[in-house]
Ligand binder design. Structure first.
Ligand SMILES: *Cc1c(COP(=O)(O)O)cnc(C)c1O
Length: 744
């Protein structure tokens, strides 16, 4: 990369008479041509990272920073009278839902920056995750036509590398679009677009189309097979071109990582190619696959563990169904010799007429990992207990991480500059260096406090612009931003706020420090209860913010269309990070890590990576509450939420508000009320929202009190920020490289 040449090009860019869009394209293309001209050595071994989601966010600022020209480019264009911040209107590439897709993006960033060859494979959806806005407090979804206005100057269409993907009823052309990931190495994210008939094109139209009908299920299967088969097809073909049919050497040149089960059809396609096209025996092909594939599990929620009807797969992919059935029998033969029948049933690939994609992944993978210590333990104890008993060496933990480039250097340049001045530049490539910063030093603390104040002000300005709400300036900013799901317990926060509201009205909290609660979350479009919770929180916001008696002390804002770019604003401007999932349900979380890195304290449960965050930064610097995994097992034996509420009258006042006319109800409150007190698809209060609420309130009130000692609170925050090295995706990728991919 020739930085001087690129800067020269930027200087020569004429801004006059050009639209913002035209300039965006021109500057992006100037950077792209420099990137594409940088030569790359062919690596000995490449990681292929299969993921149905890549939540890349906006690439412009990230890439200019990666190229080392962001600050200079800002100055160059400022002189021309053009503010690069105009490009904050550029759409996010939101080809993912949440944590899992963002993890894939962070891992691409880290691998490139550490110099590991890793190529991402996924789908180039025409529409990303829907755009959200609120009407009368309810979520309205709009298609995310992300390419329409701004195009995609950061990707290159590779029509000459297209490949056919064959279904029984149609053949689809998979056309790769390559996005370079710039770092010490230039890696590639390759997303396939489906082309051909209108039916074919549907395959890469939407992320997670509804799968409550047979047609919807078939479309999902098509999507999963489409990108898996396209990637495997190309990788195998290119291998043969270079090495001939010496497939025993395939694992020396390639390692495949399955980011959850969505690409498990890649296993079947790999076996199909090796046996049908290249005439290996089935056993031989399985042996090679076992040395090539690895699997990361991301959830233990039963509804998220994919199973596909054998009949459905047979309908459009008979050979693939045949491969999976053969693999099922192959595994059974291997196990039947010695294993108890309960174990082989649990591990079985075909179960009740369906393929268990997780069981395929566990059987074929050399390494299976969970994404935080507690989650990896739960995999061994519960979800994959039988497989663990028979092959314990397969299982390991790699705690997730987030890239410090986007989630610190880019979104909080003020904090990064402070570190530069105090510690030199070494921390930028080794976050462990941050431990050197003295958190008790008064100058450091006042500097940090000033930066936090700037980031809070910037956030307030941004929210005012986007939502039309002026945040209280001298308040504690408390954020819960993440997908909306019952297990994440946004409802518990809502009830806690209502409790605080009533107590403030009654004058029971005389020393209350003003608190602003910031929510951001999209609810899956078919998830009725999640949508009801959004409406409920918006109702609470209206009540609280409109009440002159309390609105100088308490404020609630639910931002619309939470996405990566919004996260980049909210996270640095937050004092307290809410991570309050029911213990045992959040595999890891990565939002928690981004907040920690930006100096927010965690107020949360002992779940996912919260446990490790607290270990690194000290329990005394965070606020931990709530039932633990072990306690929950006992509690659930005889938990009756109605009885619990009768014994906790303060809680009762809050739940009564769901039915006593405090709010108008058009069904949403009833939905929430039933989830707490009645048997629905889950037992009453399945996620222990009410059970943990009293302790949650105590923790919130403790934060409220301790915030009053500004210096002490800032120290807690700074300790968190400076002990976040472990939660860098650089650390995580080093672990994958060493323990799973064997790149070192
Ligand atoms: C990091 C991130 C997530 C994941 O957040 P969790 O709190 O770990 O669930 C979801 N969405 C976006 C936009 C993110 O940046």
């Amino acid at each position: 990369m020739n930085k001087e040449r690129l800067l020269e090009k930027l200087k020569l860019t004429d801004v006059n008479g050009k639209t913002v869009r035209a300039l965006y394209t021109e500057i992006s293309k100037a950077c792209m041509s420099e990137i594409m001209e940088t030569p790359q050595k062919a690596p000995a071994k490449t990681v292929s990272y299969f993921s149905v989601e890549f939540l890349m966010g906006r690439m412009f600022f990230n890439n200019l920073m990666a190229l080392g020209v962001l600050d200079e480019a800002r100055e160059i264009f400022e002189e021309k009278g053009f503010d690069l911040n105009c490009f904050e209107d550029v759409e996010d590439a939101a080809l993912g839902n949440g944590g899992l897709g963002r993890l894939a993006a962070c891992y691409l960033d880290s691998a490139a920056n550490l110099g590991y060859p890793m190529c991402g494979y996924g789908i180039r959806y025409k529409y990303g995750l829907f755009k959200q806005r609120f009407e009368d407090g309810r979520q309205i979804e709009e298609a995310d036509d992300w390419l329409k206005v701004w195009g995609d100057p950061w990707s290159v269409r590779r029509a000459n590398e297209k490949i056919d993907v064959v279904f029984k009823d149609m053949t689809v052309t998979a056309v790769p679009y390559d996005m370079p990931i710039y770092g010490k190495r230039i890696n590639t994210l390759r997303l396939f677009q489906a082309e051909g008939s209108p039916e074919a094109e549907k395959i890469s139209e939407y992320l997670y189309p509804a799968d409550d009908t047979e047609e919807g299920k078939l479309l999902r299967i098509r999507q999963e097979y489409f990108f898996s088969a396209a990637a495997v097809g190309q990788l195998v073909k290119n291998f043969v071109k270079k090495n001939g049919r010496n497939f025993d050497r395939f694992p020396e040149a390639h390692v495949f990582q399955l980011n959850d089960t969505h690409a498990v059809f890649a296993v079947a396609e790999f076996l199909r190619l090796l046996t049908a096209e290249y005439k290996l025996t089935f056993s031989h092909a399985v042996e090679i696959a076992k040395k090539t594939f690895n699997y990361t599990n991301h959830t233990i929620l039963p509804e998220a563990l994919e199973c596909w009807d054998v009949k459905l797969v047979e309908k459009i992919l008979p050979e693939i169904a045949h491969m999976l059935t053969r693999l099922h029998l192959h595994a059974k033969r291997e196990w039947d010799m010695s294993y108890p029948v309960e174990d082989t049933t649990e591990m079985s690939i075909v179960r009740g007429g369906r393929f268990s994609m997780a069981n395929v992944a566990v059987y074929i993978s050399g390494r299976v990992n969970g994404v935080a210590e507690i989650h990896s333990q739960i995999l061994k104890d519960r979800l994959f207990a039988a497989a663990y008993r028979h092959a314990p060496e397969k299982f390991l933990n790699v705690t997730n991480g987030v890239t410090p480039r986007r989630w610190l250097m880019l979104c909080n340049s003020e904090l990064a500059d402070f570190y530069d001045e105090s510690l030199g530049l070494k921390w930028r490539s080794d976050l462990e260096e941050l431990w050197q910063l003295r958190c008790t030093n008064a100058d450091n603390l006042s500097r940090f406090t000033a930066i936090k104040a700037i980031k809070k002000r910037q956030l307030a300005e941004y929210i005012e612009k986007r939502e039309g709400i002026k945040l209280l300036p001298d308040a504690i900013y408390v954020s819960q931003v993440k997908r909306l799901h019952e297990y994440k317990r946004q409802l518990m926060t809502a009830l806690a706020i209502l409790y605080l509201y009533f107590d403030l009205k009654d004058g029971k909290l005389p020393d209350f420090t003003p608190m602003v609660f910031i929510f951001g979350a999209k609810a899956a479009s078919g998830y009725k209860r999640a949508k009801a919770i959004i409406k409920f929180i918006n109702d609470i916001a209206e009540l609280v913010n409109g009440d002159e008696e309390v609105n100088a002390k308490l404020q609630v804002v639910f931002v619309q269309n939470y996405d990566v770019s919004y996260a980049e604003k909210i996270i640095p401007g937050t004092d307290v990070s809410l991570q309050v999932s029911t213990a045992g349900f959040e595999a890891s979380g990565t939002g928690n890590m981004k907040f920690m890195m930006n100096g927010a304290v965690t107020l949360g449960t002992l779940d996912g990576a919260n446990i490790e965050i607290v270990q690194a930064a000290g329990e005394e610097n965070n606020y931990i509450f709530g039932a633990t995994v072990e306690e929950i097992e006992r509690i659930k034996e005889n938990y009756d939420p109605s009885e619990f509420v009768e014994q906790n009258l303060k809680i009762k006042r809050v739940t009564d508000a769901l039915t006593d006319g405090t709010f108008e109800d058009e069904g949403e409150l009833k939905e929430i009320y039933s989830s707490l007190f009645e048997q629905t698809y889950n037992s009453p209060d399945y996620y222990l929202v009410l059970y943990d609420l009293p302790k949650y309130l105590e923790a919130l009130l403790l934060v409220n009190k301790e915030f009053q000692d500004g210096e002490r609170f800032a120290r807690k925050q700074l300790v968190n920020a400076t002990r976040s090295a472990y939660f860098s995706s650089d650390r995580a990728i080093e672990e994958y490289a060493e323990k799973i991919w064997k790149l070192k």
